[in-house]
Design a protein around this ligand. Structure first.
Ligand SMILES: Nc1ncnc2c1ncn2[C@@H]1O[C@H](COP(=O)(O)OP(=O)(O)OP(=O)(O)O)[C@@H](O)[C@H]1O
Length: 259
């Protein structure tokens, strides 16, 4: 990436009634995680869309998004190779009928990255996110939803090397959410999650609460939520193991605490 992204700033626009939004600015920096939460239709997708297109008072919300404190250069918006944002949604479908390694190789070549190790490294990283292992020889079209999204996240981190990653409701997709968050932090990505998942929301540094097309509150994660977070982690662990057993075709008899 040509320009180091040190911060993305969202400046207020208008709510659904056309009233000026009340927040001052929302800044996200490398290594930080932001969750966008709120009921259906509250404007979560519109918020991430503003970031993805670098809004300049030209979207439905009237917000403006700055990169390093300034309006970003035009090629950030127009040239996909220069765009510093990767958006990964639930509807990631692969139309390329290629094997996983060939698909990654194509991306690696287009990014002009030297060496082949990055392909196996990307597959290995993706396999940290999913219980169903991805092999280099598997066809892209035969991957499950969870495998595809795991590969897309690993690809955005290592091959695309984008500093900002937006994940739109990927939680139901058979990926290890806490592992994804840990790795994204380790790689110093600025991450925005649209989420309804308590574990993802509580693990993030901040939660942006949406209602009626506007940001109504920004909640900082503090120690006071740690107790709830560790309880949710335990529950999530139980559910994950239970899910694996059900997928494996087991009958679940007895209590689930002991799973
Ligand atoms: N500030 C705004 N001003 C005008 N229209 C808005 C604003 N924010 C969102 N909208 C519109 O409201 C509708 C619902 O918003 P959006 O899809 O972003 O909600 P959501 O929270 O993502 O909903 P869901 O959880 O169902 O995906 C969309 O048509 C969107 O364009």
């Amino acid at each position: 990436m040509d320009l180091q992204v040190t911060e993305i700033t969202v400046l207020p626009g208008r709510d659904k009634n056309g009233e000026t939004e009340h927040f001052d600015r929302i800044v996200i920096r490398p290594g930080e995680t932001l969750a966008i939460v709120g009921p259906t239709g509250s404007g979560k997708s519109a918020f991430i869309n503003d970031i993805e297109v670098f809004a300049r008072d030209d979207t439905v919300t009237g917000r403006t998004v700055l990169v390093n404190g300034a309006i970003p250069p035009d090629d950030y918006v127009r040239d996909p190779a220069k765009k510093p944002i990767a958006l990964i949604t639930q509807n990631t479908k692969c139309l390329a009928d290629l094997k996983v390694a060939a698909f990654l190789e194509m991306h690696v070549r287009s990014r002009k990255i030297e060496g082949d190790e990055i392909i196996s490294e990307t597959i290995a990283l993706a396999n940290e996110f999913t219980g169903e292992k991805i092999t280099p020889g598997a066809r892209m079209t035969s991957l499950s939803g969870g495998q595809t999204r795991s590969l897309m996240v690993a690809d955005a981190i290592l091959v695309g090397s984008t500093p900002v990653i937006i994940l739109d409701e990927v939680e139901n997709a058979g990926i290890f959410k806490d592992r994804v968050i840990e790795v994204l932090r380790r790689y110093q990505k600025a991450v925005v999650f649209v989420t309804h998942d308590p574990l993802v929301a509580l693990m993030c540094d901040r939660r942006v609460v949406m209602r009626n097309g506007t940001v109504v509150r920004v909640i900082e994660h503090t120690d006071s939520e740690d107790e709830a977070l560790s309880a949710v982690k335990k529950m999530d662990g139980i559910l994950c193991r239970l899910r694996e057993r059900i997928r494996a075709g087991e009958a679940i008899t007895g209590g689930v605490q002991a799973v």
